[in-house]
Ligand binder design. Structure first.
Ligand code: ATP
Length: 375
């Protein structure tokens, strides 16, 4: 199978288990964003796929070929990292041409004087120049081909780095935080450009970021990693609305999903501070999780006290506190009435959108009771 297949990869650094039995398949033409907090093992996994680091166990296939023991240069992978790693003394055109020159020109071809007189060298150079022009055109870099990296903006430099990566037509792309050096506006623009390039090239792409907005907006599927394990791989919509692990639920979404300690009694009725919340689950301690936009101020429901309001333009965040002391944030329309700090509130929610997790943080099924209880 084409794309990238990572099977049961493990890696330790002394006492630190950086990767535990990690498996992930990036299909042909697929874009997977790998997200997770700092230190969870993202970079280590990328370095192992790239062949810069070796795994203690497991296998890596690229384009259907087992490359576990291949050198980085023999893996048919192009990499784009946050530092652009352009050659400062070469022009944009020369920088983009580097991978082709390495592959298509002999050592003698590349010599400045002798190279000109070798048979076929001129033809090979012309073919490279044509490929460079085509890639530069597709990335809007035509006007900059004679400049040096020092004469470009950060976004333009990143585009040159992308051009250099795609010109090789690799079997896979690895991108590690390629936008982190760009300012906010440029990130949004370059985000779209990378997605467009990926679509046009149709190459399996593994994209590391700690920015969940980047992951949700760019990827076909998102892989959430924590403490050296991949917890869930799913479409952005599923990861957001249907997280299978409490750590995934709390990592994805801003503001963070609200979490409240709850309990399902022997009768299965889920109660929050003694009040039934309209759900039935397997008896035991639970966490009830609700996105800020899934709560509203109601006549009855979860008891809370208003604390502060933040105006965000397109919405308002109402910070409140549950009777248990746990914070609760609501995202309300900007025109909604804003309760004063200290006001006692009741918060309603749609039980169909409530997420329940067991004591180990695993998602558990929540059912609406036969007869609807409170809320
Ligand atoms: P960040 O988002 O901060 O870059 P990350 O998810 O990429 O983090 P890794 O760099 O892969 O995380 O690191 C995973 C774990 O392995 C961390 O605990 C890190 O301290 C450890 N680690 C990584 N490289 C080495 C190394 N060469 N020697 C020892 N420990 C290492």
């Amino acid at each position: 199978m084409a794309g990238i297949q990572i099977s049961s990869v493990a890696k330790r650094f002394g006492a630190v288990a950086a990767l535990n039995d990690v498996s992930l398949t990036v299909g042909q033409g697929e874009f997977i964003a790998l997200v997770g907090p700092s230190g969870c093992g993202k970079t280590t996994l990328m370095r192992i796929v790239a062949g810069i680091e070796s795994a203690d166990a497991g296998r890596i296939l690229v384009g259907g070929r087992d490359v576990t023991r291949s050198r980085a240069a023999d893996r048919d992978i192009a990499m784009v990292f946050q530092s652009y790693a352009l050659y400062p003394h070469l022009t944009v055109a020369q920088n983009i041409a580097v991978p082709l020159a390495m592959r298509r020109l002999s050592g003698a071809d590349r010599l400045p004087l002798l190279g000109r007189f070798l048979p076929g060298a001129a033809r090979r150079r012309a073919a490279i120049a044509q490929d460079v022009a085509a890639v530069a055109r597709s990335l809007g870099l035509e006007a900059m081909l004679d400049r040096r990296p020092g004469q470009l903006s950060g976004g333009q430099r990143q585009r040159v780095a992308l051009a250099r990566a795609i010109i090789r037509r690799p079997a896979a792309f690895l991108m590690d935080e390629p936008l982190s050096n760009l300012d906010a506006a440029l990130r949004v623009q370059t985000r779209r450009e990378i997605v467009d390039i990926h679509r046009a090239a149709g190459v399996a792409t593994l994209y590391v970021t700690h920015d969940q907005t980047e992951a949700l907006t760019m990827a076909d599927r998102v892989a959430v990693m924590m403490a050296g394990r991949i917890l869930q791989v799913a479409t952005p919509e599923e990861i957001y609305a249907d997280p299978q692990d409490l750590r995934v639920a709390t990592f994805i979404g801003s503001p963070r999903i609200n979490t409240l300690a709850a309990e399902a009694g022997a009768d299965g009725v889920v109660r929050l501070a003694g009040e039934a919340v309209g759900l039935v689950a397997t008896p035991g301690p639970l966490t009830l999780a609700l996105r800020p936009e899934d709560l509203w101020i109601a006549e009855s429901g979860i008891a809370a006290t208003a604390e502060a309001v933040e105006f965000l333009g397109e919405s308002v965040l109402l910070h409140a506190r549950h009777a248990s002391g746990e914070p609760v944030i609501l995202r309300l329309p900007p025109e909604a009435p804003r309760p004063r700090p200290g006001t006692a509130l009741r918060l309603g929610f749609d039980p169909a959108r409530a997420l329940l997790f067991d004591a180990a943080g695993r998602r558990v099924a929540a059912h609406a009771p036969a007869e609807r209880a409170l809320v």
